[in-house]
Design a protein around this ligand. Structure first.
Ligand code: TYD
Ligand code: MG
Length: 447
């Protein structure tokens, strides 16, 4: 039998070549071939006997979760930490990743768990000073300032940790590999080694990653498939509000949002995020609509602002922040064709206040209402929330979680809700305005 040979695999298209080449012969990508060594299993090695359980048994052994006590973080994780989970915490420098991780470690420590915080960026003293500022000193939290992967691995296996935090993955380096810390090869190698260690030891491993200016975690999307959960920490510049969003989660809902406020003593959870997000809403201003959205499992009221202004451009501008650009194009077309509101010579800007990102089509109706309100220069009723999907024929479509949306709107003191026509139990104090078509909906709220 011939000996298996080292091959080179293209990172982009997966093509295999026997030799290293500067450019992939299949997809023509530059510098994308990576060496892949044959697995080192001695010939004749016995596979271990498979362990099988029935689907029913799989459900009767629930995943034990450790709650951190940081309720917003637990919520985004899907109800707490799962043994052996690997979590990537991404965000721009200075947003508060290290602060959140240190608070997590301290909370775990105080509730009888063991946690390890590896700082590959700051000295032990710097981390200690921050912990004091946060009131987060905890005896059960072990601290290490180290950048060498091999040393970090030893530390992780030394004790039975509930959580190990590596801050950041871009500053960790393995001596087995050429290339400096932060290079694509190093980041991927270090992350996969730590992920394997998480599965082996049962510790939940948190990898902190800085997001580059383009908005991707250094090494484009390099780590996302390696980990179980990807959390992004986001905010609007100049705001104290911080949103922690799950963009991938094997153990919970995606698009779940945790809301924090950065204070002088660290991050504190926000009890009533809807109220905080609507705090600066200009009541009675044209172009402002409140959307009763659902992020992950939580209903959240957010303000959508639209500015429609005459354009001097042959191709008027369409800019969306917080909602999908493609959906904005679709909505402007539907408004023009089905409601007679001509947007063809107007620039349209949409912004979701507070830096929230809305991914569900349920935000369509609020975006359309905000645009129509701005174009007609008439405000929407101040006690109105909207939700519903808009179809290409100008029809309104019902969306899920109606009860939860109405309940949140009612709790925040809103008196009217505009949505698609659907049978609805009258359980809330809120007045329902329902329409089958977008033009009828607009007529109801913008006379
Ligand atoms: P940090 O957690 O270091 O951010 P990251 O790890 O994402 O780079 O947060 C740094 C910022 O947070 C910094 O500008 C100071 C501010 N901060 C507070 O406002 N309050 C605090 O209690 C702490 C620890 C930091
Ligand atoms: Mg940091």
């Amino acid at each position: 039998m011939s000996k298996p040979k080292t091959v080179f695999v293209c990172r982009e298209c997966g093509a295999v070549t026997p030799k290293w080449l500067g450019r992939c012969p299949t997809c023509r990508a530059w510098d994308s071939l990576e060496e892949e060594k044959p697995p080192q299993t001695p010939s004749g090695a016995q596979a271990k006997s498979p362990e099988l359980i029935s689907l029913v048994q799989a459900l009767t052994t629930p995943e034990p979760r450790a709650t951190s006590g940081l309720t917003e973080l637990d919520r985004v994780l899907g109800g707490g930490l799962v043994q052996g989970m690997v979590v990537l915490v991404g965000g721009e420098p200075g947003i508060g990743k290290s602060t959140l991780m240190l608070q997590l470690a301290a909370r775990l420590g105080r509730s009888g768990h063991k946690a390890l915080y590896v700082s590959a960026e700051e000295s032990v003293r710097q981390v200690g000073l921050r912990a004091r500022r946060l009131g987060a000193e905890a005896l059960e939290v072990m601290l290490m300032a180290e950048t060498g992967l091999e040393t970090i691995k030893q530390a992780v296996t030394r004790d039975n940790y509930t959580a190990c935090i590596v801050d950041s993955i871009q500053t960790v380096r393995s001596s087995e590999l050429a290339g400096g810390a932060g290079s694509v090869g190093q980041v991927r190698h270090c992350a996969s080694e730590l992920a394997a260690l998480a599965k082996e030891t049962g510790a939940a491993v948190f990898l902190v990653g800085h997001v580059t200016k383009e908005g991707s975690l250094a090494g484009p999307r390099l780590l996302e498939h390696l980990v179980d959960t990807v959390l992004y920490f986001e905010s609007e510049p100049s705001m104290r509000l911080r949103l922690l969003r799950a963009v991938k989660n094997r153990f919970g809902a995606t698009d779940e949002v945790g809301v924090f406020e950065m204070t002088d003593s660290g991050l504190s959870t926000v009890k009533n995020p809807s109220a905080m997000l609507l705090e600066h809403r200009p009541e009675g201003a044209p172009g402002s609509a409140v959307c009763a959205a659902v992020n992950g499992t939580r209903p959240l009221l957010v303000e959508i602002q639209a500015l429609v202004s005459p354009s001097g451009l042959a191709m008027p501008r369409r800019q969306a922040l917080g909602v999908d650009q493609g959906r904005l194009h679709m909505l402007t077309a539907v408004l023009s064709i089905h409601t007679g509101l001509d947007l063809s010579t107007s620039d349209v800007f949409i912004n979701v206040a507070g830096g929230v990102k809305l991914t569900e089509p349920a935000s369509d109706l609020a975006v359309a209402c905000a645009m129509a309100s701005s174009l007609r220069n008439r405000p929407l009723p101040p006690d109105l929330v909207c939700f519903g999907e808009v179809g290409l024929a100008g029809e309104l479509r019902a969306v899920g979680r109606t009860e939860a949306r109405l309940a949140e709107a009612s709790r925040q003191g809103f008196g009217r809700a505009l949505s698609a026509a659907q049978s609805q139990k009258k359980t809330q104090k809120i007045r329902l305005l329902q329409a089958k078509r977008l033009e009828d909906a607009l007529e109801m709220v913008l006379d």
